[in-house]
Write a protein that binds this ligand. Sequence first.
Ligand code: HEC
Ligand code: HEC
Length: 360
Amino acid sequence: MKKTVTLLTLAVLVIAAYSCKKNTGTSALKTSSLVLPATTEQFYNGNMAGTWADSMNKVATLGKVLFYDGHLSINNAVSCGSCHKQTLGFADNKTLSVGFEGRLTKRNSIGFNNISFGTTLFWDGRENNLANLALRPLTNHVEMGITDEAYLPAKLSALSYYTPLFMNAFGDNQVTNERISNAIATFLRSISSNNSRFDQYNNGNKEAMTALEIQGMSLFSTKYNCASCHSSSFGGYYGFNNFKDIGLDENYADNGRGTVSANKADQGTFRIPNLRNVALTAPYMHDGRYATLNDVLEHYSHNIKSSPNLDPLLKDKDGKARAMNISDNEKLAIIAFLNTFTDYTTVADPKFSNPFKVID
Ligand code: HEC
Ligand code: HEC
C-alpha cells in the first residue's frame, strides 16, 4: 500500500516545474524547473525498497534539492551550491565567496568529499556536527541572510515541489529545520571520492601515475615531509582534527582555531585542509591568498614567517622559520603529484549536480 503512494508521488515530482523569481536586484526574471530522474538516484548503494540504502537515497534526494535551492536564502538568490560548486570540487574560485547582497564570507570556501562523522568542520573547526550546519544559518552561513529559525520551514512548506520530496524522505510532508538539516547532511555525506588517479595507483594500477608524479609523491612524503601534516589516512590527505600554524603572517589577521578555543597556543592555527581535488579548489589557504599551487610551494620554499605558534616541523634547528628551498623541478613534480588527487568521477557525477535547470 505504502509503496504505491511512493511511486505515485515520485511521478508527480518528475513533471513538477516551478517558477523562481531570482530577486538579485538587477537581473531579469529567470525560470527554473526541477528535473529529477524517474528512479531514485543511488547516493548510497542499493535501491531495494525498504532497505537502509533505499531510505537514505530518498533523504539524500531531498538534500540535493535543498542544497541547490536558492529559496534557502532570504532573497532566493543564494544556494549552498553558489559557493560550493561541483566542478570545483565543491569549493569556489573566489578568494572570499559572495553571499546575498554581495556580502563576502570571512574565509575561503571549503570543498568537500568524504566528509565523515567526527570531522570537525570549517577552517577553525567550530562545528563538529554536519547536521547543525543548516540549522544554524545565522552563525555558520550568515551570507544566506536568514536569522529567524521559523522562516525556512514556513517558506519551504509553501513550495509545492517539496511535498512529495518530504513525503518520500520522511513519510509525511512536515517541513522542519531538523529534517532540512538531516537531508542536506545525508546528501553531503554521500559525496565520496575514490577514483582519482592517485587512488587507481594505490589500488594496484601502476600505470595510473607518471614517473614525474611518482617523484612528486616521494618528495611530498619523504624529503619535504608534507605528509606528516597532510596525511593520506581516511581516504584523502585530510588533516582532520588537526590545527596548525604554517607561518603565513607574523601578526595574525585571523586567529583561526584561537577564535573558538580562546587558547593562546591555538591562535593563528587552521585545520589542515583536505588535498583531494586540490587542483580544482584555487585560490588557497583560509583567506584564499594564493592563486596557484606554485604560490603555495613558494610559501613553503621561502616565505614561511616566524609566527608565534609556528609548527615545529616548519622550524629549523635554531627554532627559526625554515626555508625548504624547493627547486623549480621539484615544484613541478610536487604539483604534478597534487594533480593526481583530482577525481573527475565525483566532479562530473550527475547525481551530485544541480537539478534546477534554467529554462529561459
Ligand atoms: C556565500 C557563500 C557560501 C554559501 C551560500 C554556503 N557556504 Fe558553506 N562555506 C562557505 C565558506 C566561506 C566556508 C568556510 C567558512 C569557514 O571555515 O569559516 C564554508 C564551509 C562549509 C562547510 C565545511 C566543510 C569542511 O570540510 O569543513 C560545509 C559542510 C558547508 N560549507 C556546507 C554548506 C551548506 C550545506 C550550505 C547551504 C545551507 C552552504 N555551505 C552555503 C561559503 C558558503
Ligand atoms: C605543519 C603542518 C604542515 C606541513 C608540514 C605542510 N602543510 Fe600544507 N597546510 C597546512 C595547513 C594547516 C594549511 C592551511 C593553512 C591556512 O590556511 O592557514 C595548509 C595548506 C596547504 C595547501 C592549500 C590547500 C587549500 O585548500 O587551501 C596546500 C596545497 C598544501 N598545504 C600543500 C603542502 C605541501 C606541498 C607541503 C610540503 C611541501 C605542505 N603542505 C606541508 C599544514 C601543513
